[in-house]
Design a protein around this ligand. Structure first.
Ligand SMILES: Cc1cc2nc3c(=O)[nH]c(=O)nc-3n(C[C@H](O)[C@H](O)[C@H](O)COP(=O)(O)O)c2cc1C
Length: 204
């Protein structure tokens, strides 16, 4: 499985990026993924959407082509989002606005949300409700909410809470195996159906 991992925090040295690196390492070392590329939104590398996107302007191509290439080549996607004031960060919503069927349509996507405390449910609900309609990304019914994210997936094991680390690591491994199974199944869907119909470019 070729994996694309989106780290949706704008912050430098974010917990989302820490989790992205950990997920990448687990996916590769377990053999679940043959490749895993991280698309990081740290430092706001993508401008806010404007009409130039639809005109395919050069300045937009320069920004989007590397991201589109990673996603077009992927079989499955992981979307990592922090909870910021009960929301998905606006840069991640901006990216979802910029992605289309060619990049993510009818591909399985695992949502991982992170919270420094006991939050994390709102961004899952937000992504599920309003980030799939036109690009047709397929979120798995399973998701991972990493609460008290500072206590797990740290490079130095001494910084982890042993019990939480064990729980979230095992659950992540299971989630990755599910994602792999969906990737196999949905590749058949993409191969056997018209995924970009001219008559219905927009979802209802
Ligand atoms: C602007 C902002 C708003 C936040 N709002 C929430 C919140 O509503 N719920 C929550 O559980 N944590 C909230 N937090 C704390 C984050 O969960 C914590 O900082 C986490 O590390 C953010 O992920 P990141 O490091 O990937 O950006 C907020 C953090 C920021 C920077």
């Amino acid at each position: 499985m070729k994996l694309a991992i989106i780290s949706g925090s704008h912050r430098l040295n974010s917990q989302s990026e820490k989790v992205a690196n950990y997920v990448k390492e687990v996916a590769l070392s377990s053999g679940v993924a043959s490749s895993a590329e991280i698309i990081s939104l740290a430092g706001n590398p993508i401008p806010l959407w404007d009409e130039g996107v639809w005109a395919n302007e050069e300045r937009w191509q320069q920004v989007l082509l590397p991201i589109q290439t990673v996603l077009r080549n992927s079989d499955a996607i992981i979307v990592i989002t922090p909870e910021w004031h009960g929301q998905v960060p606006s840069g991640l919503k901006n990216l979802m606005l910029l992605l289309g069927v060619q990049e993510v349509g009818h591909k399985p996507a695992l949502i991982i949300s992170v919270s420094g405390s006991d939050g994390g449910a709102y961004p899952v609900a937000e992504l599920r409700m309003n980030s799939y309609k036109n690009n047709r990304i397929c979120y798995l019914p399973e998701h991972l909410i990493i609460r008290k994210v500072n206590t797990v997936f740290n490079a130095n094991p001494a910084d982890n809470d042993a019990s939480a680390q064990d729980y979230f690591h095992k659950r992540l491994v299971w989630d990755l195996s599910l994602l792999q199974a969906y990737a196999k199944g949905l590749s058949q869907v993409r191969a056997s159906a018209e995924i970009n119909p001219k008559d219905y470019p927009f979802g209802m």
